[in-house]
Design a protein around this ligand. Structure first.
Ligand SMILES: [Zn+2]
Ligand SMILES: [Zn+2]
Length: 336
C-alpha cells in the first residue's frame, strides 16, 4: 500500500492527492493545520484550512490569501483522496488533517493540545481523537518530565502575581507568544484586577479572535508614550522578544514573567532572566500525547518535531511501528 504522506524537501506531501501539509517552501497546493509561522508560510498558490482559523490565518498571511475554508468535519475529495479537518485544541482554528484513500486512513496532527485530565484550551475547539491506521504526531513536549498542572492552578498563580504587583504599584509584564498563548492568558486571567495593555504585535490577533466569536477582556495597545499612572496596576502582555529591550524599560519599575511549557523545567526561569515562570502550554504534555496517540488506534505512528527519538523509542516499546520525519517546524513556545 502506498503511504498517504511522505517527506519531501518542500514539506509533508500526499502523493495520491498531489498536495502538501504545512509545507515550509512555497507550493501549488497546501493544507495548513494552523497559523503559527512555522506551519503557515506565505507564497502558496492555493491554501486549504479550517473556517474557524480563517481570521487568524488572514491576520498572519494577508487578507488576499487564496484560501479555501472548510468547516471541521466537512469533507472534500481531491484526486480520489477524501480530506477533512478536525479540531486539534492547540490555537484558534488548529486542525488535524484526516486523509482517506485506497482503504487507508491517515491523520496528520499539526500541533495539538490533548490532556489526560480533560483539560482544554478555552479559546478554541477541543482536540478530537480521530481513528486512523497511521497517525503523524508532534512531540514538542514528548518527555516524561512534562506533566502540566491543572490550568486553573497556574492561572491563579498568574492572578496572585499580578495582584501583588498592582498592590505595590508596579506593572506586570507577562511575556507570551503573541498568537495563541497571549489570547489563552487573556481568556484565563481575572480581568478585574486592573487594566490590560498589550504590545502592538498582540492586538491584531486579539481582533481576529474577537471577530471569530471568542470572548476576550478589553485590551489596549501600549502606545509610544506610556502613562505611568495607567501602568501602575496594569498587566502588560508582550512577545518574549521584548525581554530586556528598550520597549520593556519604558515600563519603569516592573516585574516580569514568562508563560511557556518550558517553564516547567527547573532552572528555565533563571536562564530566561525573568522574575517568574508560569508553565502553561498549548501543546500536549507526556500523558496527553500518550492518551491522544492511543485514542487514534493507529498501528503506525510517525513523529515530526520535538523529542522524536524518545517518542519513537517509547512507541516501539508499545509494539507500534514508529518512525520520524525530519521537518522544518520549530517551537513557538521557546523564548525569542
Ligand atoms: Zn503551533
Ligand atoms: Zn509546531
Amino acid at each position: 500500500m502506498t503511504d498517504l504522506v511522505v517527506s519531501r524537501p518542500e514539506g509533508l506531501y500526499c502523493p495520491p492527492g498531489d498536495f502538501f501539509i504545512d509545507p515550509w517552501r512555497p507550493v501549488d497546493r497546501a493544507v495548513i493545520t494552523h497559523a503559527h509561522a512555522d506551519h503557515a508560510r506565505a507564497g502558496h498558490r492555493h491554501v486549504l484550512a479550517s473556517r474557524a482559523g480563517e481570521h487568524v490565518l488572514r491576520a498572519r498571511l494577508g487578507a488576499a490569501l487564496p484560501l479555501q475554508a472548510l468547516d471541521y468535519g466537512e469533507a472534500v475529495t481531491h484526486h480520489g483522496v477524501r480530506l477533512s479537518l478536525h479540531p486539534a485544541g492547540h490555537v484558534l482554528g488548529s486542525a488535524q488533517v484526516r486523509l482517506e484513500h485506497g482503504g487507508q486512513v491517515w491523520v496528520a496532527s499539526g500541533d495539538y493540545f490533548a490532556s489526560a485530565h480533560d483539560e482544554r484550551n478555552p479559546t478554541c475547539a477541543p482536540f478530537e481523537p480521530v481513528r486512523c491506521d497511521c497517525f503523524i504526531t508532534e512531540s514538542t513536549f514528548g518527555l516524561p518530565v512534562y506533566r502540566w498542572r491543572p490550568q486553573a492552578e497556574v492561572l491563579a498563580e498568574v492572578d496572585d502575581w499580578w495582584r501583588a504587583n498592582a498592590a505595590a504599584g508596579r506593572p506586570s509584564l507577562l511575556l507570551a507568544y503573541s498568537f495563541g498563548k497571549a489570547q489563552r492568558l487573556l481568556a484565563g486571567v481575572d480581568a478585574g484586577i486592573g487594566p490590560i495593555l498589550v504590545h502592538g504585535a498582540v492586538e491584531p490577533l486579539n481582533a481576529a479572535y474577537r471577530a471569530s466569536g471568542v470572548t476576550l477582556p478589553p485590551t489596549q495597545v501600549l502606545g509610544e508614550r506610556a502613562d505611568r499612572e495607567a501602568l501602575a496596576g496594569a498587566l502588560v502582555i508582550a512577545p518574549p522578544s521584548v525581554h530586556a529591550s528598550a520597549w520593556a524599560r519604558r515600563l519603569g519599575d516592573f516585574s516580569d514573567a514568562f508563560a511557556s511549557g518550558w517553564m516547567q523545567l527547573r532552572g528555565a526561569r533563571r536562564r530566561q532572566g525573568v522574575d517568574r515562570g508560569f508553565a502553561l502550554s498549548d501543546h500536549a504534555d507526556w500523558p496527553g500525547l500518550q492518551r491522544a496517540i492511543a485514542a487514534t488506534g493507529a498501528e503506525r505512528v510517525i513523529v515530526t518535531h520535538g523529542q522524536e527519538a524518545v517518542m519513537v523509542r517509547w512507541l516501539a516499546e508499545q509494539g507500534l511501528r514508529a518512525e520520524s520525519f525530519r521537518t522544518a517546524y520549530g517551537d513557538e513556545e521557546a523564548a525569542a
